[in-house]
Design a protein around this ligand. Structure first.
Ligand SMILES: [Zn+2]
Length: 276
């Protein structure tokens, strides 16, 4: 059985192949004096397009937020999803629901999350692609979008270091990368802010956080983060990066490790939040 998706690519490819064959200049009919690089370039780019169509037939590029096929001009996330992703706007408001998660627990300069995370929604799809489907492009997309928004906000104007929440070494080996680090790389691309991935480290092994209550999560993570060189962050404004903020326990534990640093200021930015 051929899936409807493959059928639609085959159909598009067949039409494009026919057009390409008829549109390609015949080299025999070309006058050598008239030969210049333009038709050669055009036929080359047509050849490249045809090749990329053939590749996409076997490895179709799909949107990391909705799973539909991407058009050639689209990258990672389709235009429709880019338009429909649920922005929180929290990066522009100091007193927002994600910042309030930490009230009475830890003092941050600013806290924000870019998108609302809803079960079976586009943002969950994106984060799932990043964390469980080895799709780093989904994380780079999230990071770049975060970077654009954070750079446009007066609340995040003096960031010295972007610090992704460290992943335990064993889990990073299994996944191949730290998802928060990938997001931080995307942020760096659009803001130019320095990233530090070596100073804050995760020491102990932790069990998975997914099915734990808030107090159980806190017991699980509170002592596991350590700073290698506290002086490096002295007098600096650190931006901690996480994928999704739920109870905030992991971020709080990072803040605990950072609190030993002289005159440090810490802000937090996550790709998504589970609160509304
Ligand atoms: Zn989409």
């Amino acid at each position: 059985m051929i899936s409807p998706r493959v059928k639609s690519i085959l159909y598009g490819l067949t039409i494009q192949t026919i057009i390409s064959i008829f549109a390609l200049p015949s080299h025999k009919s070309l006058n050598p004096e008239q030969t210049n690089t333009i038709p050669e370039k055009a036929s080359k780019s047509r050849g490249v397009n045809l090749l990329s169509d053939l590749i996409s037939l076997f490895y179709p590029e799909v949107c990391a937020a909705c799973g539909m096929l991407l058009y050639r001009h689209e990258d990672t996330v389709c235009l429709s999803c880019r338009y429909l992703l649920p922005d929180t706007g929290y990066e522009l408001v100091a007193d927002n629901p994600v910042a309030r998660i930490f009230w009475g627990r830890v003092r941050f300069e600013q806290v924000s999350a870019m998108y609302f995370f809803a079960k079976k929604g586009k943002v969950q799809h994106l984060v799932h692609e990043l964390k469980y489907k080895s799709n780093r492009d989904a994380g780079l997309f999230l990071g770049r979008e975060m970077g654009k928004k954070l750079a446009a906000s007066a609340l995040y104007s003096d960031i010295d270091y972007v610090v992704p929440v460290p992943l335990h070494a064993r889990r990073q080996r299994i996944r191949g990368y730290n998802q928060s680090e990938v997001i931080a790389r995307g942020i760096k691309e659009t803001t130019g802010w320095r990233t530090d991935t070596t100073n804050l480290i995760r020491a102990g092994a932790t069990e998975t956080q997914t099915r734990k209550s808030r107090s159980a999560r806190w017991d699980n993570v509170k002592d596991i983060f350590q700073l290698q060189n506290p002086d490096r962050f002295a007098e600096k404004h650190i931006l901690l990066i996480d994928d999704v903020i739920t109870t905030g326990s992991t971020i709080e534990a990072c803040a605990l490790a950072l609190s030993a640093v002289n005159n440090i200021r810490v802000s937090v930015a996550a790709a998504a939040c589970a609160t509304s």
